[in-house]
Write a protein that binds this ligand. Structure first.
Ligand code: ASP
Length: 336
């Protein structure tokens, strides 16, 4: 239960759940580098955005205040459970999550698969700290609140708003290390644009999300451990043994179409009888991976479809909360 500010009865009630990141970062006045992420609290952040109270009634809660490299599965479970719980309140219309950009795409996909509401859930952040000249956080936050408060956003899954673009939590990727236009979905395109507080939707993801997924995190204290192995020329196959000791599933960030050496293929085969599924994704950043008769000889080898390695890891981990059956996991990777 959260106490909702419903000051203006004509406006929607939006809840901001803050986790930190550069959007809440502070540093040397004017500079964009060498700052501390996760330093401002959500109240100061909200107060820094002009006319936010003209587009929605804002309530907020600080879930964490960390650099997003320090986000953990505990934070994910807390966030998803908070959204699932608060969304049952009839006086809540939508959510905005403020987050560091480095791992924002992972949290957005996790929420896309695990929140159980049709109410809008928007994730945003900033590339420049709040103290920089032309900080991008205030506009990203303003547009995220506007999107969360718009009826067109209902039932669209978890979305990301960044630099005037709207992206699906499934397809969004960080594509630049420092520019403010740091997110897009490469070949898969954006869902639409934001101009000031108005969304212009153009596309829709057909992949199941939120209320239509089979994943339920209620009551879970942790998620099955899934690790990622990055393949490169002459990569040591022993890394697979090392990761397999600690993991219930593996993702390989393969070359090209999710490929790797014959030494790695042999290692993956060895994991078949140990019950460890291995998802093949690609380090290229775009494209689709389908069954490859030369590589997917062992039943535990699963094509990762269009998911980037960090997102394939999330889906595999959630799949493992439901099943250990390789063909079921393959079905999940084709469907989501
Ligand atoms: N390191 C920061 C973070 O992910 C970067 C950012 O937010 O832009 O928290």
């Amino acid at each position: 239960m959260i106490l909702i500010n419903s000051k203006n009865s004509e406006l929607k009630n939006i809840v901001i759940l803050a986790t930190g990141g550069t959007i809440a970062g502070t540093g040397i006045a004017g500079k964009t580098t060498n700052y501390k992420a996760g330093n401002l609290d959500i109240k100061s952040l909200v107060d820094s955005v002009p006319s936010l109270d003209e587009i929605a009634n804002i309530s907020y809660q600080q879930i964490a205040n960390v650099d997003s490299n320090d986000i953990t599965i505990d934070h994910w479970l807390t966030l998803a459970n908070r959204i699932n719980e608060i969304s049952k309140q009839s006086d809540v219309d939508g959510f905005v999550i403020t987050h560091g950009t480095d791992t924002l795409e992972e949290t957005a996909y996790f929420l896309d698969l695990t929140v159980k509401t049709n109410k809008p859930v928007i994730v945003t952040g900033a590339m420049r700290p709040s103290t920089a000249t032309s900080a991008d956080g205030p506009l990203n936050l303003y547009q995220s609140v506007a999107l969360a408060a718009n009826d067109l956003s209902k039932g669209q899954g978890c979305m990301v708003v960044f630099a005037d673009g709207i992206y699906s939590g499934r397809n969004v990727q960080k594509v630049n290390t420092f520019k403010t236009n740091a997110f897009n979905s490469i070949d898969l395109g954006c869902l639409g644009y934001m101009r000031d507080n108005i969304p212009y939707f153009l596309n829709k993801s057909i992949k199941p999300h939120t209320v239509d997924t089979e994943f339920d995190i209620f009551g879970l204290k942790e998620l099955p451990q899934v690790s990622i192995a990055y393949f490169n020329i002459d990569a040591d196959p022993l890394i697979i043994d090392y990761l397999a000791q600690k993991s219930e599933g593996l993702v390989i960030a393969g070359a090209g179409c999710g490929t790797f050496s014959s030494a790695w293929i042999k290692k993956v085969k060895e994991l078949e009888t140990k019950g460890i599924p291995v998802v093949r994704s690609s380090r290229t950043g775009s494209g689709i991976i389908l069954k490859d008769y030369a590589i997917d000889k062992s039943t535990n080898c699963i094509p990762g479809n269009t998911l980037a390695p960090s997102k394939a890891r999330i889906l595999l981990s959630l799949a493992l909360t439901k099943t250990r059956d390789y063909s079921e996991i393959k079905r999940i990777f084709e469907e989501y």
